[in-house]
Design a protein around this ligand. Structure first.
Ligand code: 13P
Length: 245
């Protein structure tokens, strides 16, 4: 079983989100893999309802770390859970680098998800500068430590997504051999904090052509696609190819 996650980002407006979720529900391909889509907050409820009778689960792209209160513009993990969410993306690089989200905020959001009963999908990744300055492991180590140090999982699920910032949205992914190495390193790093098996997904410029080169690696437990997940045919192709693994 591999994880096939689609982050719809802010690519689709309400009607486009509804149309895509209806198309996905219509074909309703049976899969041995775990398929999850992350729509915008605007369309979350409607997409969740459209997919409720399928095996496709849903999650938000971000959550607030408090359940309720005077937090203008925010939506909490608890609120998404009430609407049927199963997962939540936390600390996506666009949240970290465009909106200035810190490692401390990421930690609080992870705890909020665990508390609300959502499975956090913690995104980690180094920038181009960090890569070229040899600081890749340093950055990942810090991001992992901030989330996992003294974290009380009590058997609850949590997922890590390695998304090299320099490869997101470029059409040129990390080379599979490089991803293999770094996923092995991440998995080893995670062992310092928990005996639990933590799935590690690869995300950045995954498409139907390259998906198998990642999914065929034992260090890669799944993929988190952006652009390719909002195009119905591309996503279906990814889902179909993943059945070959
Ligand atoms: P792309 O697949 O568009 O590179 O986006 C990856 C990503 O950021 C998924 O969260």
């Amino acid at each position: 079983m591999k994880y096939l996650f689609g982050n719809w980002k802010m690519y689709l407006d309400y009607n486009e989100s509804i149309n895509l979720s209806k198309q996905l529900a219509e074909v309703n391909l049976p899969s041995k893999n775990k398929i999850v889509v992350f729509p915008s907050n605007l369309a979350f409820k409607a997409v969740q309802e459209n997919l409720a009778s399928t095996q496709i689960a849903t999650g938000p792209q971000n959550v607030a770390w408090v359940p309720k209160g005077g937090y203008t513009g925010e939506v909490s993990a608890h609120m998404f859970k009430d609407l049927g969410a199963t997962y939540a993306l936390i600390g996506h690089s666009e949240r970290r680098h465009v909106f200035g989200e810190t490692d401390d905020e990421v930690r609080k959001k992870v705890e909020a998800c665990l508390d609300a009963g959502l499975i956090p999908v913690v995104c980690i990744g180094e920038t181009k500068e960090e890569l070229s300055e040899g600081k890749r492991e340093y950055r990942l180590k810090k991001q992992i430590m901030k989330v996992f140090e003294n974290l009380d999982l009590s058997g609850k699920e949590i997922i890590v997504a390695y998304e090299p910032v320099w490869a997101i949205g470029t059409g040129t992914p990390c080379l599979p051999a490089d991803a293999d190495d770094i996923h092995g390193w991440v998995k080893n790093e995670l062992k310092q904090y928990t005996n639990q098996e933590i799935p590690v997904l690869y995300g950045a410029s995954v498409n139907a052509e390259n998906v198998l080169s990642f999914l065929s690696l034992s260090t890669i437990d799944g993929i988190l696609a952006g652009g390719a997940s909002v195009k119905f045919n591309d996503w279906q192709e990814i889902v179909k190819k993943a059945e070959e693994i």
